[in-house]
Write a protein that binds this ligand. Sequence first.
Ligand SMILES: NC(=O)C1=CN([C@@H]2O[C@H](COP(=O)(O)OP(=O)(O)OC[C@H]3O[C@@H](n4cnc5c(N)ncnc54)[C@H](O)[C@@H]3O)[C@@H](O)[C@H]2O)C=CC1
Ligand SMILES: N[C@@H](CC=O)C(=O)O
Length: 396
Amino acid sequence: MSKKLTIGLFGYGVVGTGLYDVLHKSKTVDATIKKIVVKHKDKPRNISSEHFHYDKNEILQDEEINLVVELIDDADAAFEIVKTALEKGKAVVSANKKMIAEHFEELYELQKKHQVPFLYEAAVCGSIPIIRNLEEYYNNDFLQSIQGIVNGSTNYILTKTFQDNLSYEEALKEAQEKGYAESNPILDTGGFDARSKLQILLTHSFGITTKPEEVFNVGIQNLGDLEIKYAKEKNLQIKLLAYAQKRNEEEVIALVIPKFVKSTDTFSTVSDVFNGVKVQTAFADKQFFYGRGAGSLPTASAVLSDISAIAYDYRYEYKKIANSENLKLAQDFPLKVLFRHKAKDSQNFENYFEEIEEFYGNREDAYFVGSIRFQQLKDVFTKHQDEVSFVLIDIL
Ligand SMILES: NC(=O)C1=CN([C@@H]2O[C@H](COP(=O)(O)OP(=O)(O)OC[C@H]3O[C@@H](n4cnc5c(N)ncnc54)[C@H](O)[C@@H]3O)[C@@H](O)[C@H]2O)C=CC1
Ligand SMILES: N[C@@H](CC=O)C(=O)O
């Protein structure tokens, strides 16, 4: 039996306004927004000011509200809201991957303790229902790998700079204007948003819980004309990929990194703000999910689906945590990359590499193809973040 939901909504930005819209258009969900708490009083909005409140307790202390939908852009404030709501026995829907990735263990314990649903489909790949599928559909299969283009803004920027010859700055500005980018866009371009999503995927696919700093991410912010030229000459594209991939029976590779993809690779068909996720399992073999990874209505559609699932009391069972097979993150493995540095004083970057296959440029502006151990790659990136770029050719 589906239950009637009275919603308290936090945030009325890109996703919040989208949710208001889809909830009023969809006739099948028995849910009403009673109150909306926003931060700024004077902002012009498309609905009457009587809907808005400015104190979080207006929602959190309201006994009639049985579902909190959290759609704000502040991960710390979001955690406080979600924590209090769960403690008060209210169901919660959130799209805030940064907050979930940073606080997963506390949120997991709160759900268990208070026995209330906490759903967050919109937090990973916008409109693609990947979490619910990992929770339900793949429950009895053996997952081997999940690879995904999981960030809409960076895919938009890469598409526009590659195909339409826009500058990086112009493409980023467009992604911001369209409501795809995070309020702080370095979260997108630096691969941090993709890392948060990867952390959530690791939990729902392999039962591995992680702290953000345990998952390594390289973004697209250091890529330049040389990488694009190299890719075009070889008929390749560059995509920011997130990997959660079994290396053997004990270890899972977890990594966010730009990668060259061939024109025959399904990922090469994922352009613009779209996301794509490849799942490989023992029984089903390969499957591919495709859909809009960001934007007002597509993201709101995932929030709407969570709301409707809450109405029949659906909750994540986290079976993969219970049956985690004690999998651990792989600490070291070899990769083949295109490496470039723009260090002013010539550094001995070649020493980090096991083998160098192709060398271009000169010592001060060099780029080369070589194989490197994961630990070495992390080391060189950590020490020289602003001076180096990597594009993955393959995990070896
Ligand atoms: N924009 C997108 O395509 C997607 C966004 N998300 C996530 O959804 C959440 C919302 O994103 P957007 O709507 O794009 O952000 P936004 O910046 O358009 O809207 C967020 C709103 O929350 C308000 N806010 C901040 N702190 C608040 C507080 N303490 N109480 C009440 N309101 C507060 C801000 O003033 C702003 O109006 C974020 O966690 C984001 O990562 C997830 C998937 C896609
Ligand atoms: N900034 C994010 C929004 C959706 O998660 C993205 O671009 O993917």
